[in-house]
Design a protein around this ligand. Structure first.
Ligand SMILES: [Zn+2]
Length: 333
């Protein structure tokens, strides 16, 4: 089985021979997707009832804090900012603290997931997930692998879409309650052997051991969704699991209906991401929406480098992903 962490796949795409063999099958399956693009009228910001400019302002506001790895001062500042913003919008905000071991020296690192709840009385809910920690170092940066990692696309983009959705959820008619989960410790890693997904793992285990008085019917992870050259293929685990396949079908069909052709109806890579723990441990059918497929262009060119900055992300991409999610939330049951 391909252990397709985000890291391994992209190294393979960059042509690193050592592991190219294990990942090329996954890569080849994503070929041909460009044939789907460019059909129909191109959407503009004004066509979309989600405010992409505001989402991009949120993204910049988060990035202005600087690096936000788990346990850092930047993470603390981000938590304060998000708590304030989500409360202003009417969300119920709570933190789920946990302690993890520092992979380098074993010391304790304080981490916390943030849960934002809308219509908290609903017993049947959906969970929208983004990681809000940033990788400690831009280790794919050829010039400065120990430099400053801002994580505009890989970190802030999912959070920015959720902030923008916070303006729409309170006034939207939904059948299910809506929760946003911002997970910590998604990539508090210093090399690829270090454990990923600490926050989603903790959340999933707690959901099983101390079940809340409601249940999540569906979950969706948003990761790297702001790239200006957005291309979102269907992630392989999400397609393969029988309980998430209908979710993938629904979302991509809906995107097509809205004219958001960046959701491409083809199989992409197998990506290890926060959906694994939510699906495997918590048994919440959760799919991964991630732009992670194109070598040397788009997100792949600056991924885990110092260049992952707000200028790589566009208001239009954030608006498109936000719109698909908003429509999905309004219809899901
Ligand atoms: Zn990353």
């Amino acid at each position: 089985m391909v252990r397709a962490t985000k890291t391994l796949v992209l190294f393979a795409l960059a042509g690193t021979t050592v592991i190219a063999a294990v990942s090329c099958a996954a890569y080849l399956s994503g070929q041909g997707a460009t044939a789907q693009r460019g059909r129909g009228k191109e959407l503009k910001l004004d066509d979309i009832p989600v405010n992409g400019e505001r989402a991009h302002r949120y993204l910049r506001e988060i990035c202005d804090i600087g690096p936000r790895p788990s346990g850092s001062e930047g993470m603390k500042q981000q938590q304060q900012l998000l708590e304030k913003r989500f409360r202003e919008l009417g969300g119920q905000v709570s933190l789920q603290p946990f302690v993890a071991r520092h992979p380098l020296d074993g010391s304790a690192v304080n981490m916390a997931n943030m849960l934002v709840q809308w219509h908290p009385q609903s017993k049947e809910r959906v969970l929208l997930v983004a990681h809000y920690d940033t990788r400690p170092f831009p280790d794919r940066d050829r010039r400065k692998p120990k430099g400053r990692f801002i994580g505009a696309n890989d970190g802030a983009s999912g959070v920015a879409v959720l902030l923008e959705l916070g303006h729409h959820i309170p006034t939207s008619k939904t059948k299910l309650g809506v929760d946003f989960l911002l997970v910590d410790g998604e990539e508090f890693v210093f090399n690829d052997r270090d454990p990923y997904f600490l926050g989603s793992d903790y959340f999933a285990r707690t959901y099983v051991v101390e079940p809340p008085p409601y249940r999540y019917r569906w979950g969706v992870v948003l990761d790297m969704v702001g790239d200006a050259q957005l291309q979102i293929l269907q992630e392989q685990n999400s397609l393969r699991w029988s309980d998430t396949r209908p979710l993938v079908d629904q979302i991509w069909k809906l995107a097509r209906e809205l004219g958001v052709h960046e959701f491409i109806h083809r199989t992409g890579h197998e990506v290890r991401d926060d959906h694994l723990a939510l699906h495997d441990i918590a048994k919440i059918p959760t799919c991964d929406i991630i732009d992670f497929d194109y070598p040397r262009s788009g997100a792949a060119s600056y991924w885990h480098t110092e260049a992952d900055l707000p200028d790589k992300c566009s208001a239009l991409s954030l608006a498109k992903v936000g719109w698909v999610m908003l429509e999905w939330i309004r219809r899901v049951q």
